[in-house]
Design a protein around this ligand. Sequence first.
Ligand code: PEP
Ligand code: MN
Length: 337
Amino acid sequence: MVIILENNATETQIENVVKHLEDFGFQVHKSTGVEKTILGAIGVQPDFDIRKISILNGVAEVYRVTTPYKLAGRSFHEQDTIIKIKDVSIGGNQIVLMAGPCSVENESQIFHLAEIVAKSGAKILRGGAFKPRTSPYAFQGLGEEGLKLMRKAADHYGLLVVTEVMQIDHINLIYNYTDIFQVGARNMQNFAMIKELGKVDKPVLLKRGIAATIEEWLMSAEYIMANGNNDVILCERGIRTFEKYTRNTFDLSAIPVVHKKSHLPIIADPSHATGYRDQVPPMARAAVAAGADGIMIEIHDNPDAALSDGPQALVPDVYLKLITELKLIAQAIGRNI
Ligand code: PEP
Ligand code: MN
């Protein structure tokens, strides 16, 4: 931790700050310049609340030097994490594609879309059976019936399944059907649930909360890892800003930031990030170019009749064309799809 003192901080104030730091267990190094005094506090305390120092008289600024996420961060784990599920690797040179409807609606819908997903070369079928809807009156998902249909369609076409879990007491049920647990944006800080997901032996796809900083997102990954599950896939799905022409603001820069700070794979979800189907292909292309380890896309063969998120769903032809473009972009940056 680095503490910059106010230019006019008194000796007594500085001594008081030093005493606090020592009492908190830090070793303190003081450097006195012509105008400024800077303190270096040595000692790894990932859970230290730096506000305990910033509120002291005479303190101008406090910076944390070490990251508070030890397991998710790169400091103690330099190599990229590659998560293997059957014959699929997430986080390596191969960019993984996940596609499917927002919600599983019925058997013919999920079978037809699974066929398209497989045809595109994607390895993972997405689809919600338990849906986190903003309105309690909106379609809430088919529940277990949806899970069964999705598993059946995925098995038929040789795909893996990723589906959302919204509550702790559904973990065991969903475990029977899914290959990857999705934690939705609205549940990124449902600490009780993500702690439980730390105890399962299947990967977790952790979406970024709508108002979460990257550090908060990585701390949620840390919760899962600290409880025993190292297989966390991060997913950037847009954040809430003042902008109204997009559903969310796609934080493309989160991709290189996460790659720098963390060894965990990061995928991009341009569907929820933009909310409008005309914006999805450009942002998917940008995400691949920016280094995403995977792309998640919502598709539907009749978006106007979709039970959720129709406006952001790509129709199969547009989706298939997009995938051919993504393959070219991947190749251009030395990766493949
Ligand atoms: C979804 O994937 O359908 C979904 C609800 O995503 P998010 O949690 O990002 O809104
Ligand atoms: Mn959706």
